[in-house]
Design a protein around this ligand. Structure first.
Ligand SMILES: *Cc1c(COP(=O)(O)O)cnc(C)c1O
Length: 379
């Protein structure tokens, strides 16, 4: 069976973990945490990075940082992972779901403005498959109504938005705050792991405090204050050095990992062009306004029936393919609160999108087997 995902090890993970263990500093914010944060700040020009134990945690930190209160409204796509919404629900927010674009699961930037009320506090664009949302439009709306923008960049490491003037900005650097994931299904991994990026400098000090359980411990260890204590709300958001050490080994191979993934993505795209046309299947689109970080290769079938048939036929040929999100506005948890419009495009992706295996260790031979297996299938 060709699995859907296989975590890639670059080789130095256990070496750095051993080093962390040997130095006797196992809790967070030590040598490897700092190495990782500095790596991201230098490579991508992020103002400040704080490693977290997950993207979920980074989103929860963001909700605390922008001071979400009961009754505040937060606009986001319905076609996303539960954590995008949960982080704000935990603080009492009402989630206002917007539809996806017709040709891409990303939030439709033209559907946002009509959802804004005097309770709206933030917009949370999700860069699905590492493809940039229309950030110029989203930031313009946010500026007009004085809203926060928090990028859910869980899938978007090393991907860029290209605006109409041709300027290139790395995803995660555009909103006030952004959240990345290093879950084992993402491009760069640490098992569980994540990162909050702070682009708006006025949130730097408070972000560190929330990260350190509501204390000014970070400032104390830098020598900025002479004692530390409880100064705000917070939680335990820091990963241990063992996780950071693992992540650091991955970062040293970022370019190699990305190149291999892009290679696989391109072969899928080229080889499936003909078959997709014959079977009314759509291949993923990467608009001119985005680069491709090859986080995911997906197909959009013509119906739920076609998708079920494709998944089943591939399984019979020992290839695991999987569908993705179910519409959050129709979820057992949220459906009873949802009063908005039908979200046609979101439901379409929930019913018709299927993801193919894409990971560093997928061999050319396996890739070929998957492609040939797909070509055997008539939908
Ligand atoms: C993976 C993912 C998350 C959650 O990341 P964790 O690190 O597992 O908490 C959130 N949002 C999106 C869009 C994701 O793909």
């Amino acid at each position: 069976m060709i699995p859907f995902n296989k975590p890639h090890l670059t080789g130095k993970e256990t070496h750095y973990i051993y080093d962390a263990v040997k130095t006797g500093k196992l809790s967070g914010n030590g040598k490897y945490t700092k190495l990782c944060q500095t790596f991201f700040e230098n490579k991508f020009g992020f103002k400040k990075c704080l490693l977290t134990t997950s993207c979920t945690d980074a989103l929860e930190m963001a909700a605390i940082l922008i001071d979400i209160q009961k009754g505040d409204e937060v606009i986001m796509p319905s076609y996303t992972f539960v954590s995008t919404a949960n982080a704000f629900v935990l603080r009492g927010a009402k989630i206002v779901f917007a539809d996806s674009k017709k040709d891409h699961p990303n939030i439709d930037e033209n559907k946002i403005e009509s959802l804004i009320t005097d309770k709206t506090k933030a917009i949370v664009p999700v860069h699905y498959a590492g493809v940039a949302c229309n950030m110029d439009k989203i930031m313009a709306i946010a500026n007009k109504y004085n809203l926060f923008v928090i990028e859910d960049a869980a899938q978007a490491i090393d991907s860029y938005y290209i605006n109409s003037k041709g300027e290139k900005k790395v995803l995660g650097s555009i909103g006030h705050l952004s959240a990345f994931s290093f879950h084992e299904t993402k491009n760069i991994i640490s098992g569980e792991g994540g990162m909050l990026v702070i682009n708006d400098e006025s949130y730097l000090d408070r972000a560190e405090i929330i990260w350190e359980k509501g204390t000014n411990r970070s400032a104390f260890f830098r020598g900025d204050v002479d004692k530390y204590g409880w100064v705000d709300v917070g939680s335990s958001f820091l990963p241990s050095e063992i996780i950071s050490a693992f992540l650091y080994a991955q970062l040293e191979h970022l370019d190699d990992i990305q190149n291999r993934r892009k290679h696989i993505w391109k072969i899928y795209k080229t080889e499936l062009e003909e078959w997709s046309k014959q079977n009314k299947v759509k291949l993923p689109v990467v608009p001119k306004s985005s680069t491709n970080n090859a986080h995911m290769f997906y197909l959009v079938c013509n119906s739920l029936n076609d998708r079920s048939k494709l998944i089943k036929s591939l399984k019979e040929q020992n290839v695991l393919s999987v569908f993705h999100y179910l519409s959050l506005h129709k979820s057992p948890f949220y459906a009873k609160h949802y009063q908005g419009d039908e979200l046609i495009n979101c439901d379409l992706f929930a019913n018709q999108l299927v993801r193919l295996p894409l990971y560093y260790d997928l061999t050319d031979e396996q890739l070929n087997t998957i492609i040939e297996s797909i070509k055997q299938i008539t939908l």
